[in-house]
Design a protein. Structure first.
Length: 496
């Protein structure tokens, strides 16, 4: 954004160089050398940058608390810190020198003889420089639009992804204190509550498991091949509670004593084992042999940054978390009733619960923050680019005023004249779009590759971004283009 603002300053300074040509000529005649003029113009740029920096410090100081709340950040801005002021001064000086360097050298090279003759040739270099800078501006802006759309689509994909279980209305809490020894009684009492549909337990978090083992064997296993499986110790009724789907076979049941050492496996585990019909097969997990009694549809037990894990579920000997499936519209009252039941069995500990869907979203907090910030920065960059384009369009319309008047006298319509003035800028925007495409594709492809489950880079995302950039630019320059086209040609040609 700062780079775009610097480009704006350079563009407008070089575009309006003719207005300062006489000043440069007089200073040169008065004995000022080129080096002195360069220092003067750089000094002006630095003063402007310093004033902008002072205003920016005030804005940051006032807006930072709201910014932190909006984006869940904890940024600080200590105006008593020497490091902070050194950074501010460094940014001010860098921006001033960057923005003022080209205009300073450009203006300082004007020759007094040419200036006083009224011949101020800005040269093709300045012309192409301005075109290049406008192109660069909209390449950056278009890249940010593409990035914003891709990141937003990916975060929507993460939010709406079918995880293989129902994360909504799924509550869990830690099995602290006396809960493990009172588990069976507590479970029975909780299931009697009208708002509670199912209750179960596990030793880990369903959305973020981390219990890998390669100590698994099955019929036909290659002894030289080790595969990591997620082993999940659970309580009875776990699938019903989390809302996972049984594809084949049956669930583990308290009514079957052998199920204390039997297993459920998911589709990925069955595929890696090479078992077409896994139900009924006997496997060994960490030294415990048992029968596979059910095949579970794949469900995500880690972040979407990771591939689908092969999962083996078995009845655990310990309890760390209790899960409850709620079926009510009055969540607060349901939680109060649950807390009362838990409190009777575990009076020494507060009832602290969490919702699985909320904790799942927290896993992607950094990506959500990037998504929100990208939208903000894209908006600001486009706004700043349009400010520069608006000023440049005004100058161009002024410079071509007589040309437009002559064309109008010769029969050109307002639409034709508007297209003539707008077309030049539109070409630059489209060129910037073309430059942004490969950069955006490469960087966004790299970012998406960090997710095992991600959206594709669809062509319409790039097309929509280019269309938005073109429409925004067209809307910006059209004001001055139409204004110049509807002017009375006599006003411009009266002195000719």
């Amino acid at each position: 954004i700062l780079l775009i603002a610097c480009i704006n300053f350079m563009n407008l300074s070089t575009a309006r160089s003719a207005t300062r040509a006489k000043e440069v000529g007089i200073r040169r005649v008065s004995g000022a050398g080129q080096a002195l003029l360069v220092r003067q113009f750089l000094g002006e740029s630095l003063i402007m940058s310093a004033l902008a920096g002072i205003i920016a410090v005030g804005i940051v100081e006032a807006a930072l608390p709201a910014f932190n709340r909006l984006f869940s950040l904890e940024l600080s801005f200590d105006l008593l810190s020497l490091k902070v002021w050194l950074a501010i001064i460094g940014i001010i000086v860098s921006a001033g020198l960057l923005a003022g360097s080209y205009p300073a050298f450009f203006l300082a090279r004007f020759q007094p003889v040419d200036v006083f003759k009224g011949v101020v040739n800005t040269g093709k270099g300045a012309f192409w420089f301005r075109k290049g800078m406008v192109t660069a501006q909209f390449a950056i802006s278009t890249f940010l639009i593409i990035s914003t759309l891709v990141i937003y689509r990916q975060m929507e994909h993460v939010r709406n992804k079918n995880l293989g279980y129902q994360k909504e209305n799924l509550v869990y809490f830690r099995a602290d204190g006396a809960i493990p020894e009172h588990y069976d009684v507590l479970k029975a009492e909780l299931q009697e509550l009208p708002a509670v549909e199912a209750v179960s337990s596990s030793t880990g978090l369903v959305y973020s498991w981390g219990n890998n083992t390669s100590g698994v064997s099955w019929p036909g296993k290659d002894p030289d091949k080790d595969i990591l499986f997620q082993t999940i110790p659970i309580g009875f009724d776990f699938l019903e509670t989390i809302g996972a789907t049984l594809v084949d076979g049956r669930d583990l049941s308290r009514a079957n004593p052998a199920d204390s050492s039997n297993f459920l496996i998911n589709e990925t585990a069955a595929a890696l084992m090479g078992l077409d019909k896994p139900v009924g097969q006997r496997i060994t997990v960490s030294g415990t042999e048992g029968e596979v009694v059910g095949l579970v549809k794949d469900f995500q037990v880690t972040s979407l940054h990771n591939n689908q894990d092969p999962v083996i579920l078995g009845i655990g000997q310990s309890i760390r978390y209790l899960y409850l499936r709620l079926n009510t519209d009055d969540i607060q009252q349901a939680l109060a009733n649950i807390g009362a039941v838990v409190g009777r069995h575990n009076p020494g500990y507060p009832f602290e619960f969490s919702f699985v869907d909320q904790e799942y979203e927290k896993m992607y907090r950094s990506e959500q923050r990037v998504s929100a910030l990208s939208r903000l920065f894209a908006f600001i960059s486009i706004f700043v680019s349009c400010l520069g384009l608006f000023g440049l369009a005004a100058f161009t319309a002024e410079q071509r005023n007589k040309e437009v008047s002559i064309r109008k006298v010769l029969g050109a319509s307002v639409a034709q004249l508007s297209a003539l003035l707008s077309g030049e800028f539109l070409q630059l925007v489209l060129l910037g779009f073309a430059l942004a495409i490969p950069i955006a594709w490469y960087l966004m492809h790299s970012w998406l590759e960090d997710f095992a489950s991600h959206v594709g880079l669809e062509w319409w995302v790039f097309g929509l971004s280019g269309l938005l950039a073109a429409l925004i630019a067209l809307g910006t320059v059209s004001f001055h283009a139409i204004r110049a086209a509807v002017k009375n040609p006599a006003d411009a040609l009266r002195s000719e």
